[in-house]
Design a protein. Sequence first.
Length: 155
Amino acid sequence: MIHTLAIALHVLSATLWVGGMFFAYQILRPVAASELEAPQRLRLWAAVFSRFFPWVWLFVLLLPASGYWLVFQLYGGMGGVGLSVHLMQGLGWVMILIYMHLFFAPFRRLKEAVITEQWQDAARQLNQIRQIVAVNLSLGLIVIAVATGGRLYPG
Ligand code: HEM
């Protein structure tokens, strides 16, 4: 029962984090760029991220917590898991560190620049966030492909 809960929380966290990045990058970004002038667009992104990132903090806590729970309670430690879980763990930590950098550096500066109406600076920070999200979204898609595909090759 507890293993079922752990895998469910793990997969839900991965789905919502990576799905949220996909929606922001692939859907909202081009629409906001074509429909809104700079100040409105930058305010929109600061507000969107302010709502999305508390959820991402929850996901980046749940992913390693539930993942290591499964590793140690179900598989008896890192020696008992296949290559796909090793890759997932390594790339997962890269994704989490990249997210923390995004949160504490460009996102904090974006919020400050929007509050003080420094639109050029805000646009620079948003551009950095866009590049970082592109990297993390790509990593997330790779991790999900590796995690699910890897089940076919458990050794
Ligand atoms: C950070 C450390 C992580 C650890 C220790 C970890 C560990 C695990 C383990 C042990 C499983 C169960 C594997 C199985 O039973 O075959 C699993 C499944 C899974 N993980 Fe992770 N994981 C981590 C991060 C991530 C991240 C960042 C993502 C995606 C963004 C992710 C996506 C998935 C998915 C989609 C599955 C389900 C695979 C399936 O059942 O087909 N994991 N993970």
